[in-house]
Design a protein around this ligand. Structure first.
Ligand SMILES: [Zn+2]
Length: 345
């Protein structure tokens, strides 16, 4: 089958990889229809995080092509969303609501095929895949379903971790696809004021569309002053960190008001938690890898009825053979997030 192949930093090609087959009775084979490039794929692409050579990509939707003998909830032909990790749904941590830390779980890679390829072997298929009801979904709905695979759930986790609720005052650090999704998530959870930090006009537009009430173009200490200027000098109840750099975490803690919470989902790179702020200003920190498999069922109905449209983060698209361009567009910040049309729906 055709698939994107990671050869090393800055080097993505498209070539032949082994067609995945059922190995365990709990497996399913999914034929990928839509895939996309994650901000974390960019860390690999830029050589700032390690990645095995070979299969790449962990966000995809598609059609079940085959199921193992122990799979009970899925059948050939089902249209499914795959979360960015697989999980059994039955272990103690899954049952506690933390499927990303499933005791039997794992990620997509050479053993399964990556999301940026024609087919993926999905272990623990009953626990992992979400069957999408209905048929004939519009392209807008399909794009938003793809966003549930990772980016929307990760933004949602920032907002949930930050304790966003009805009436909250929120600021979002980061105007990438996750940050924009966090704006949409904060809106869905009832935030009254949502301040987006962005200096990019196209991203500001999406932030407003998603529910941002204020946009701040400053960075660093100037951004901190600007957020305080909008919040009676206090800062926000929930500061959502969606980048992963030391500077962005620092900004998030500085714009959180005393007693507030930082909801952090950016993959950390040289980040240090300012424990003095935690202790002397009572600013909490929650966040981490999103429990996407828990959130997808919560968000699926909103996507299907059009009340949220997280697929708006995709502003570049191409086909599988041009996957390297999907990476380049994001690397050069020409695109917020790149969608890859892999196969027929
Ligand atoms: Zn589990």
């Amino acid at each position: 089958m055709r698939a994107a192949i990671f050869n090393g930093p800055g080097d993505i090609t498209v070539g032949e990889r082994p067609n995945p087959v059922i190995q365990d009775p709990t497996d399913a084979i999914v034929r990928v229809t839509l895939a996309c490039v994650c901000g974390s794929d960019l860390w690999y692409y830029r050589g700032e995080s390690k990645h095995e050579p070979g299969a790449i990509g962990h966000e995809f939707i598609g059609i079940v092509e085959a199921v193992g003998s122990a799979v009970t909830t899925l059948a050939e032909g089902d249209f499914v969303v795959a979360p960015f990790l697989y999980s059994d749904g039955t272990c103690e941590l899954c049952l506690a609501g933390w499927p990303a830390h499933c005791l039997s779980g794992g990620g997509w890679g050479n053993a399964t095929g990556g999301g940026q390829g024609e087919r993926v072997r999905v272990p623990l298929a009953d626990g992992t895949l979400l069957k999408v009801p209905g048929t004939g979904h519009s392209d807008d709905v399909l794009r938003s379903l793809l966003a549930l695979s990772d980016v929307m759930c990760t933004g949602y986790h920032a907002a949930v971790s930050g304790g966003v609720r009805e009436g909250s005052t929120v600021a979002v650090v980061g105007d990438g696809a996750v940050g924009l999704s966090a704006v949409l998530a904060a809106k869905r959870l009832g935030a009254e004021r949502i301040i987006a930090l962005s200096r990019n006009p196209a991203r500001q537009d999406v932030a407003r569309e998603f529910g941002a009430t204020d946009i701040i173009a400053e960075r660093g200490d100037a951004a901190v002053e600007a957020v305080k200027g909008l919040t009676s000098g206090l800062g926000v109840e929930a500061a959502l960190e969606c980048v992963g750099t030391g500077e962005s975490l620092d900004t998030a803690f500085k714009i959180a008001r005393s007693g507030g919470m930082v909801g952090a989902v950016g993959v950390p790179h040289d980040s240090v938690v300012p424990i003095e702020t935690v202790i002397f200003r009572n600013v909490g920190l929650r966040g981490g890898v999103a429990p996407a498999r828990k959130y997808i069922p919560e968000l699926l109905g909103d996507v299907l009825d059009g009340s949220i449209n997280p697929g708006l983060v995709f502003d570049f698209e191409t086909d599988l053979e041009h996957t390297p361009e999907a990476y380049a567009a994001m690397d050069e910040r020409r695109a917020i997030k790149s969608l890859i049309r892999v196969g027929a729906a």
